[in-house]
Design a protein around this ligand. Structure first.
Ligand SMILES: Nc1ncnc2c1ncn2[C@@H]1O[C@H](COP(=O)(O)OP(=O)(O)O)[C@@H](O)[C@H]1O
Ligand SMILES: [Mg+2]
Length: 282
C-alpha cells in the first residue's frame, strides 16, 4: 500500500538518498518527485500528494512549490510559514526577538549610504549577510569603511534583494558554532562545526570540521523555542556560544542538511524524519 509520503527534491544529495533508503527499510513506499519535472494546476483539483517532505535546494522552487501544494491541501513539511520566515534571516531574527530568544545584535539598512552610516554608529566589524542564502555564500566581514564600501558597491549591481543590507555584530565566540537537528520537539542530534583553515565561517560547505555536541537542557530549550518561533517541524538550528550572551541563535534552516551530523553522531536522522512524516499524515 502507498505510504502517501513523497520527497520533493531538485538535487539528490546524500540526505535525499538516505531518506529514500530509510523508507525502503521500513517497507514504506515513498515517492521521489523531481520538482523540476513537476507542474501543478492551481485550482482545487486533486493531486496525488498527501504528505510531502520538502527538500528542494533552490529557495524559490522550495518556497513556491510549498505554497502551491499547501494551498491545495497537501501536508507539507515544513509548512509555508516556515519556508517564508526561516528562509529569510531578517524575518527569522524578528520572530526570534519577539519570543525573547537570544540572537546576535542586528541592523537593517535600505541603501549603501544608510548601511555605511549604521556601521559608523554601531562600529566595525560587522557581518553583512544576504537575507536569503546558505552555505556561507556572500557573507562578508566588514572590518572597516574601505572593505564595507568595496563589498557594498558590488551588491549595488545585483538583484534587489542584495541591496537589503542586513548586518550583524561579529559575535565573539570559540572558533565553532552548533548545528542542532530538531524533529518535532526533540533535538535528535547536535554537532559543533569548527571553521576550516583561514576561515571564520564554520559551514561544512567551506571545509568546516564536525564534532559531537552534547545536547544539554539549555540547548534543547533554546532550540525548541527557535523552532516554534518559525512554525517549524523538522529544522536545523544554528547557534553560537557568545562570550557575552551565552547561546545565541543566528539561523533556523528549514531544509536542513544533516549528512555530517549523522556521520559524527551515528544518529539515524533520516529514519526519524520518515517516522515523523508518516505520523504527521492527516
Ligand atoms: N554574527 C556572526 N558573528 C560571527 N560569526 C558568524 C556570524 N554569523 C554567522 N557567522 C558564521 O558564519 C556562518 C554562516 O552564517 P549563517 O548565518 O549560518 O549563514 P548560512 O545560511 O550561509 O549558513 C555561521 O555558521 C557562523 O560560523
Ligand atoms: Mg548556517
Amino acid at each position: 500500500m502507498s505510504s502517501g509520503l513523497s520527497i520533493l527534491y531538485d538535487t539528490i544529495r546524500w540526505e535525499e538518498k538516505a531518506l529514500f533508503d530509510a523508507g525502503k527499510k521500513k517497507g514504506s513506499d515513498i515517492k521521489m518527485v523531481d520538482c523540476k519535472n513537476l507542474f501543478l494546476n492551481l485550482d482545487k483539483s486533486k493531486d496525488s500528494f498527501e504528505t510531502v517532505l520538502q527538500r528542494c535546494v533552490s529557495y524559490y522552487r522550495s518556497l513556491h512549490s510549498t505554497a502551491a501544494l499547501e494551498g491545495k491541501g497537501v501536508n507539507v513539511i515544513n509548512c509555508l510559514n516556515t519556508s517564508i520566515f526561516a528562509g529569510n534571516k531578517l524575518f527569522t531574527h524578528m520572530l526570534l526577538q519577539k519570543q525573547g530568544i537570544p540572537t546576535p545584535f542586528s541592523t537593517v539598512a535600505f541603501s549603501e549610504e544608510a548601511a555605511l552610516e549604521a556601521l559608523e554608529k554601531n562600529g566595525y566589524p560587522m557581518v553583512l549577510k544576504p537575507t536569503v542564502g546558505s552555505w556561507g555564500r556572500m557573507i562578508a566581514l566588514l572590518k572597516d569603511r574601505d572593505s564595507a564600501e568595496g563589498i557594498m558597491e558590488s551588491r549595488e549591481r545585483m538583484y534587489p534583494i542584495y541591496q537589503v543590507y542586513y548586518l550583524e555584530e561579529f559575535v565573539q565566540r570559540p572558533p565553532r558554532d552548533i548545528r542542532a537537528i530538531m524533529i518535532g520537539d526533540k533535538v535528535v542530534a547536535a554537532i559543533y562545526r569548527y571553521s576550516g583553515d583561514g576561515q571564520w565561517k564554520t559551514n561544512m560547505a567551506l571545509g568546516g570540521r564536525a564534532e559531537v555536541c552534547k545536547v544539554t537542557k539549555e540547548l534543547e530549550d533554546v532550540c525548541i523555542k527557535a523552532k516554534n518561533a518559525v512554525f517549524g517541524q523538522i529544522v536545523g538550528v544554528d547557534l553560537m556560544e557568545s562570550k557575552e550572551k551565552g547561546l545565541v541563535v543566528h539561523e533556523v534552516n528549514n531544509t536542513t542538511e544533516y549528512k555530517n551530523t549523522v556521520r559524527v553522531t551515528g544518529v539515524d536522522i533520516p529514519a526519524m524524519m520518515i517516522d515523523y512524516a508518516l505520523q504527521s499524515r492527516k
